[in-house]
Design a protein around this ligand. Structure first.
Ligand code: FES
Length: 65
């Protein structure tokens, strides 16, 4: 699964994470809340797709719609 930044479609795989649960795009430094997907430092409405997850019996599950 490749996660692309909704700003210009660049990969977020090498983005850094903050202590505020955000990922920072390595290309233009837009920040996205990893829970809601909302962009937190730009008000143009960019948003990441998010997925429901859970850990059960040491297994990690992602719900894909
Ligand atoms: S491509 Fe991510 S902020 Fe521009």
């Amino acid at each position: 699964m490749n996660m692309e930044c909704p700003h210009a479609g660049k990969s977020l795989l090498k983005g850094n994470c903050t202590e505020q649960n955000e990922i920072i795009c390595p290309f233009h430094s837009f920040k996205y809340d990893m829970t809601s997907g909302n962009c937190t430092n730009n008000n143009e409405g960019f948003r990441l797709k998010t997925f429901e997850t859970k850990i059960e019996h040491n297994q990690f599950y992602i719900k894909i719609d």
